[in-house]
Design a binder for this molecule. Structure first.
Ligand code: IVH
Length: 711
């Protein structure tokens, strides 16, 4: 069985690591297709499955969680619309040493490679390993002309404008010995005080705090709007160089001294070490200084100081033979765990959290630690009252590493997960293959309500002008809107004792209040698919909502069918899972939602206030009604999303892959494997223009009749 199809709980550690890598890549690719190209290849449910699989594997192996994990990314990923920059010399990564022996082995390899005599010392230049992201800067005649991220090491992104907002990055170099061409490499990071201040500001503004400094720096650098980069107060330490028009010196130390003189900031504590003893001592010294530093470091980088030796040593694969990262062990401390409480996230995920006796770890006092999920607690057998070892590794949120069993109180009892949401009392369930328990309360759960209400009024749902996330949050806090139906009572309840006139509230006036009420009024009529999508049922995104609306037609039919489908093995349930694109997991989520009495109340209240229009049946007499179409390649006239919507409106089924059942493959520019498959199966291939002609009931342009797909 291959990794991709193995259930998360059946994966070996190695397989899990491989899968996390694959998922990070896949999800990033689909994010790009969705956000940048507006041409998603997956349905919402399929995409959701990838994300959930990633979460489930991470929950099982928290330590395998990747720095580029999709679960760390919130909302839209930074756009990749930055220009690509090919690095003149690859930007390498470093091999790791975890203990003194590893460091000695590194030195031994250097000696053997260079064939050095026993009495010949190897001088190593050691400097803190900054936990940031690497960037490269190109200077022509001392002027900064280009700055790029590392990317995959071969190709990065042009983030010159963003880098120019960094306060300690010189735009022009000082000194009369600056080479004509100079490429300086180093680390972009955020200071810990700045990081803390930034998070205080965000929390005060009601925004979610950033999780860790590294991701904050990395996300900050890749903002399209450079004003946002500037707000993150990023900094830069130089630690190396790329292509240069003349040799920079004979030793690492000399070159860094020149970089310093030209105006670059260098990390403190760096120095030359003659022999292993000195190198080890420097490692200990920097480790001891770590809690006092205003930036995160995760080790010491040792580089062979002589540049001619660096040259001879070269690189093996992706890492230089002349440098190594001697990592620090994660910072740990012991403390007492008082309680295990459950926090409910905005999406309904229940996360067990340890309340700790405050303890100092790595320069910060911690009193809470994430316990990830129930399985983790069971695996480590963590109980209230235990003395535990906590550690900070990269993230600011600490982890509980293990329990010190000898110090366990005698009457302690194993942790028993509750199946009730602590916020709203709704049923909290774990779906098969998932490590996370989720509250099914949705709209009725206060932890989720604001998020759900935001979703309810979002562009692709009710799309109420003038009612965005900000207004929803304010109305929720005030009690004006606690449930979706309240939105439609805003006007009638306005000016009552409970809710003073909106027009008189700060930030509002007669006109804006009247505009809001009329925008709400306009949305009392809504199509069934938008309505279902707005409910925010788990797994039921836009695509699924459309499928449901098409299958059931009216809201009454749909609700009745979902009620009936709560009977296992009922015909109604079978009919639901028979809808192409709705599997058992999705079906179950929908049926459960409708069956939850409090959701039923919300649906009743909405139905009373709204005019829910039956899904507009696609024109049955359209020439493409009932045909199955696959779009591939880049379309010129519209986005893939629009093409899909239009085809569906004409009654065609849009499929993601080509099979014998496919009637047409519409091939845009650079169509790849789907086009080949269509040709192999003898499926009719149409250009975009030809497709539009066919859909309009016209004869396609002649050139396409042989199906060469190139109009
Ligand atoms: S030298 C040829 N020095 O660590 C390798 N790297 O794990 C060039 N890093 O991608 C790296 N501090 O982003 C070097 N003082 C330092 C560093 C440092 C942080 C990063 C760098 C590199 C990564 C490798």
């Amino acid at each position: 069985m291959n990794d991709e199809t193995t259930a998360p709980e059946a994966l070996t550690r190695d397989a899990a690591a491989r899968e996390l890598e694959r998922l990070a890549r896949e999800i990033a690719r689909h994010d790009l297709l969705y956000y940048d190209d507006s041409a998603p290849e997956l349905s919402d449910a399929e995409y959701d499955l990838l994300r959930r699989r990633n979460e489930a594997i991470e929950a099982r192996f928290p330590d395998l969680k990747r720095a580029d994990s999709p679960s760390e990314r919130v909302g839209a990923p930074p756009s990749s619309s930055f220009a690509k920059v090919r690095h003149s010399r690859p930007m390498l990564s470093l091999g790791n040493a975890l203990n003194d022996d590893d460091l000695a082995e590194f030195e031994g390899r250097v000696r053997r490679f260079l064939n050095l005599g026993d009495d010949e010392p190897v001088v190593l230049y050691g400097e803190p390993k900054i936990d940031g992201l690497s960037a490269t800067l190109h200077y022509h005649d001392g002027k900064l002309v280009l700055g790029a991220t590392r990317g995959d090491g071969e190709t990065g992104e042009d983030v010159t404008a963003n880098l120019k907002t960094l306060r300690d990055l010189p735009h022009a170099l000082t000194g009369d010995d600056v080479p004509e061409r100079l490429e300086v490499r180093g680390e972009v990071y955020i200071g810990l005080k700045d990081f803390a201040a930034l998070n205080r500001e965000r929390e005060a503004a009601g925004e979610e705090a950033f999780v860790n400094p590294r991701n904050t720096a990395s996300g900050g650098l890749r903002q399209i709007d450079t004003a946002l980069t500037a707000k993150r107060r990023l900094r830069f330490f130089a630690h190396g160089w790329g292509e240069v028009s003349e040799p920079l010196g004979e030793r690492q130390e000399d070159v860094l001294a020149r970089l310093d003189a030209w105006g670059f900031a260098l990390a403190p504590l760096a120095r030359r070490c003659t022999g292993l003893e000195e190198a080890r001592a420097l490692h200990r010294k920097i480790e001891a200084a770590r809690p006092k530093l205003d930036f995160e470091i995760d080790g010491v980088v040792f580089k062979v100081d002589r540049l001619d030796w660096q040259q001879r040593l070269g690189a093996a694969g992706r890492a230089p033979r002349w440098a190594i990262a001697y990592k620090f062990p994660a910072e740990q401390a012991e403390t007492v765990l008082h309680r295990i409480s459950i926090s409910v996230g905005r999406t309904g995920a229940l996360t067990p959290v340890a309340a700790l006796e405050p303890v100092h770890v790595g320069g910060v006092t911690v009193s809470r630690a994430t316990l990830h999920n129930e399985d983790e607690i069971a695996r480590k057998d963590i109980r209230a009252g235990d003395t535990v070892v906590v550690q900070r590794a990269g993230d600011v949120i600490p982890q509980v590493v293990r329990v010190i069993e000898e110090r366990r109180p005698t009457q302690s009892k194993p942790f028993v997960p509750s199946d009730v949401c602590p916020e709203c009392g709704s049923h909290a369930v774990r779906e098969e293959g998932e490590a996370v328990r989720r509250c099914t309360g949705g709209l009725v759960c206060p932890a989720q309500a604001v998020e759900r209400l935001r979703h309810f009024v979002a562009r692709d749902a009710f799309d109420i002008e003038g009612l965005g996330a900000k207004q929803i949050e304010a109305f929720y806090a005030e009690g004006r809107v606690r449930s979706p139906a309240d939105i439609f009572d805003l006007e009638t309840k306005d000016g009552t004792e409970e809710f003073p006139k909106l027009a008189e509230r700060e930030g509002w006036g007669e006109t804006s209040a009247a505009n809001l009420f009329s925008a709400i009024e306009a949305r009392r009529r809504i199509t069934l698919d938008r309505f279902i999508h707005a409910l925010g049922i788990r797994h039921a995104g836009q695509t699924t909502a459309r499928l449901l609306a098409r299958r059931y037609g009216t809201v009454e039919e749909w609700r009745a069918a979902m009620d009936a489908a709560s009977e296992p093995e009922s015909e109604s349930l079978e009919a639901l899972t028979d809808v192409d694109g709705i599997g058992p997991v999705v079906a179950n989520a929908i049926v459960e939602f409708v069956a939850e009495p409090r959701n039923g109340e919300i649906l009743d209240a909405l139905c009373e206030r709204l005019d829910i229009e039956p899904f507009e049946a696609p024109a049955a007499d359209s020439p493409v009604a009932g045909k199955t179409v696959v779009f591939t390649g880049k379309l010129k006239r519209m986005t893939r999303q629009e093409a899909k919507a239009r085809a569906e409106a004409l009654g065609a089924q849009v499929a993601g892959s080509v099979s014998k059942a496919t009637d047409y493959v519409v091939a845009g520019e650079d169509a790849g494997s789907k086009l080949k498959r269509a040709e192999a199966l003898g499926v009719t291939v149409l250009s975009e223009d030809a497709w539009l002609a066919v859909a309009a009931g016209e004869a396609p342009p002649a050139a396409d009749e042989d199906g060469d797909g190139d109009g």
